[in-house]
Write a protein that binds this ligand. Structure first.
Ligand SMILES: [Zn+2]
Length: 345
């Protein structure tokens, strides 16, 4: 009796150790993945007060990327043995993929066999893969490691810029001193140029109200439309040319961690309400790494406003909601709210 239970224990221990070898633990900290701006860097956008939350984010992004990728692989693989095996899990994923990615699935095996839908899922998987690749080796990416800032204080308005001279403006090289830019002396209709607090130089990024910018700074009063009609303050922006992602203060009022908030989900909670700094980072990284668009924001927008798979594949928030829903897999989120799994075989 004793011997057999020791054997069982050893077997158990062995399988745990093997599991670790096969699935090396992810768990980067954000400062390994981004050049997180601190007060000592003297660039503005200091993250000193938010470091504990900031450093959680990249491993949570990895967890969402992994959950999403595993889910897509499940849909793309036929069930082994009985078609009923793992049916509940497949249904959970398929219903969500139909809502968010506009794919078709077979009602019997709950697999994806439609050619266009397979193409869609492959594209999504590849895009999630780009996020993991960047996390694995940020310095190898185009432009290297992104800067990450915790507010927009690094940006200040320098000059009003005549909109009709946009094309001349963007021809200036990054870092050109403002005093050398004649067109900044215009006095017509205005947009805004911005510079680092470190010195008065222009950047190639051209910013307009249409892009969500605001004269007192992007975080100061700018709003975005969510779910088709509601408005909420801008949460974050990604600037490719400046290789910068920054969060607005509103983000720091969200639930801090997806892992801990996922444990307290209650029936009928809105998926929108589970956005965390890490889900905002996942959204921004889709802009950074494969130039996704903000066609729409919010659960309702992703489900109703987007009607084609191509638009879904190109929309940043769709990656966020799919990742969050696949990560919080004890609940069914295809209605946009937490529902208990149905009673099916
Ligand atoms: Zn966006």
């Amino acid at each position: 009796m004793l011997i057999s239970s020791q054997w069982q224990f050893l077997l158990f221990l062995g399988s745990v150790l093997l599991g670790w070898l096969i699935h090396p633990a992810h768990g980067t900290t954000t400062d390994q993945v981004f050049d997180v701006q601190l007060a000592r860097d003297n660039n503005g956008g200091d993250c000193d007060a938010h470091l504990s939350v900031v450093n959680l984010m990249s491993s949570e992004v990895e967890a969402m990327v992994k959950a999403a990728t595993d889910a897509i692989n499940t849909l793309l693989t036929a069930p082994e043995g009985s078609a009923l095996k793992g049916r509940k899990e497949r249904l959970r994923i398929a219903m969500m993929a139909e809502k968010l990615w506009k794919i078709k699935y077979t009602k019997l095996k709950l697999t994806v066999e439609d050619k266009n839908s397979i193409k869609t899922l492959d594209a999504i998987k590849k895009n999630y893969g780009k996020i993991q690749e960047y996390i694995d080796d940020p310095n190898a990416s185009d432009g290297g490691k992104f800067r990450f800032a915790c507010d927009d204080s690094w940006a200040q308005r320098v000059e009003k810029l005549p909109t009709d001279l946009h094309f001349q403006y963007v021809q200036y090289k990054k870092g050109t001193p403002v005093k050398e830019v004649d067109i900044l002396k215009g006095d017509k209709e205005f947009d805004y140029a911005w510079y680092n607090t470190g010195g008065k130089t222009i950047e190639q990024q051209y910013m307009t109200f249409q892009n969500g910018w605001h004269p007192d700074g992007p975080c100061q009063g700018g709003t975005r439309e969510v779910n088709g009609k509601e408005y909420e303050p801008i949460q974050a922006q990604t600037q490719q040319e400046r290789i910068m992602i920054y969060f607005c203060p509103i983000v720091w009022k969200m639930k801090e961690s997806l892992a801990s908030s996922a444990k307290n989900v209650k029936k009928k909670d809105l998926l929108d309400d589970y956005r965390t700094p890490s889900s905002v980072l996942l959204h921004e990284m889709t802009h950074q790494l494969f130039r996704s668009q903000d066609t729409t924001y919010g659960w309702k927008g992703c489900v109703n406003k987007i009607t084609t798979a191509d638009d879904a594949v190109g929309n940043a928030d769709t990656y966020t909601f799919f990742g969050m829903a696949m990560y919080m897999d004890k609940w069914w989120w295809d209605s946009g709210r937490a529902q208990s799994p149905p009673f099916i075989a």
